[in-house]
Design a protein around this ligand. Structure first.
Ligand SMILES: [Zn+2]
Length: 294
């Protein structure tokens, strides 16, 4: 798992792994299933994950994706636990001791602070999708504007959105912090890594906290860009269907979730010949972007 001490060059390689990794899955290396909660909470893995959560929390706050004590972050640790942010702490002010260890039922096993009531939402995602290893919930203004309308930004316009997210889902409104609220996302978490919570905000899952934060950034930027483009007053230029198929083939190769892949009985087949060369170029462009070479 990536953490705050990873240097820039290593972050580039981490980005490359993100792009090529199948299934959004990464697991702690040394923890054992029989480890006690205290042993897990005091492990080097827990230290790294706490710092990754703190770093991501600061990014959320600095980007104004959270307000007051809003938003929450969690990550799986071992097969039976999660580390999560507490209630009533700004995501810009998190300290290592603030991060709680919980079981998958929401019982706090280590840490002095109360967990967020919205941990139930995170736990529902972990229980519904084993590929989800980190969950992030926040209230970015442009994405939340869409959540207020119950609509998602359209697909076919912005490559980053197509590649890393695909169609976002919209979960119906429920009172935050309740089990009923948590269960609103259940039908969507298998095929959508980004879900709008009606009248509330968004939730994203990924293999790491860092990558979940990237999804939040990508989605918020997409929402903002779409709204700006609409104001220009010119027709929007759609990515051609044939190129969307290339992106879907690319996503299938990367193991990235996309509801369009799950929904079609005929999965996109990786192209051959010239089209395959084009796809390779697309992969190279995506990787270059991730490595910040372009
Ligand atoms: Zn919220």
């Amino acid at each position: 798992m990536q953490h705050s001490a990873v240097p820039e060059a290593e972050q580039g390689r981490e980005a490359l792994r993100f792009a090529s990794q199948a299934g959004f899955v990464s697991k702690p290396k040394t923890l054992k299933a029989e480890d006690s909660p205290q042993a897990v909470a005091c492990s080097p893995e827990a230290d790294l994950l706490r710092h990754e959560i703190i770093r991501a929390g600061r990014k959320l706050w600095e980007r104004q994706y959270v307000d007051g004590n809003g938003g929450n972050i969690s990550v799986r640790i071992g097969s039976r636990y999660v580390l999560c942010t507490p209630t009533m702490v700004s995501k810009g002010d998190l300290e290592p001791d603030d991060i709680c260890l919980s079981d998958l039922e929401g019982n706090i096993l280590a840490g002095d602070r109360l967990r967020t009531s919205e941990l139930l939402l995170h736990l529902e995602i972990y229980k519904s999708n084993p590929r989800a290893c980190a969950v992030m919930h926040c209230h970015p203004p442009y994405a939340t504007a869409f959540a207020v309308t119950g609509a998602t930004p359209p697909n076919g316009l912005i490559t980053e959105y197509e590649i890393f997210i695909g169609p976002a889902a919209v979960a119906p409104y429920e009172t935050p912090g309740t089990q009923a609220f948590a269960e609103t996302v259940r039908p969507f978490v298998e095929d959508h890594n980004t879900i709008l919570l009606t009248n509330h905000g968004i939730v994203c899952w990924a293999d790491t906290v860092t990558h979940a934060e990237w999804l939040v950034e990508i989605f918020e930027t997409c929402c903002k860009t779409y709204l700006l483009a609409r104001q220009i007053g010119q027709p929007l230029s759609l990515i051609p269907d044939s190129k969307i198929k290339e992106i879907l083939a690319l996503k299938q190769r990367m193991g990235l979730p996309d509801a369009r892949l799950a929904g079609c009985s005929e999965k996109p087949v990786a192209p051959r010949g010239k089209d395959a060369a084009d796809l390779e170029r697309l992969v190279e462009q995506v990787v270059a972007r991730l490595e910040e070479r372009d």
